[in-house]
Design a protein around this ligand. Sequence first.
Ligand code: MG
Ligand code: ZN
Length: 221
Amino acid sequence: MPLNVPIVENILSANDRLAQENHARIDAAGVFSINLMASPGAGKTSIIEQTLPRLADKLRVAVVDGDIATSLDADRAEAAGAQASIQINTGGECHLDAVMLRGALEQLDLKQFDLLIVENVGNLVCPADFRLGTHKSVLIASIPEGDDKPYKYPGMYRGVDALVINKIDLLPYINFKMDFFQRGVEALNPGIVTFPVSCRTGEGLDAWINWLMQNVKRNGD
Ligand code: MG
Ligand code: ZN
């Protein structure tokens, strides 16, 4: 009898199957979707707040917000112009999984939207292990977190399709070596598309918006 039952692997593969179902459902509705991940305080909700007004009149956006306890972020997304926002209260879980996203998708009339933004729970460890079924994963890093994060959380940096570096307006005040940071990123995820931005000044946000728009268009082709 084997002593090592790979329970975690079974949970993960069950999750992957559900993620595929979510993906098929999102695709069938013609929606482009992203999974936004970051540590707490990196600015996921702020990025959403800056993104939505810039997409107004262009895209219909739904936001799904994962939080351990509150619905504050979903409220902020709606205030910023999301046509719909759904809160997933994870009940203490530190990441979203495909079952939770499925529950949220069931509450949305997906055909009404062009873009679905999923805001994951703030955490730099396990969200990367749980596919949700979105098209792209986006990691938001921020200057105050420090330049060593790619080295400390390689799993997060390895698995994502795009990287937003937020709070670049703080670079003059913080000892953050961009070269060192980007070398770490490049080693884990060569050629990853990167957007240095400031939600405070608006710097760099146009490039991020363009990337989203292009992906929505490509998805619609
Ligand atoms: Mg948030
Ligand atoms: Zn977790």
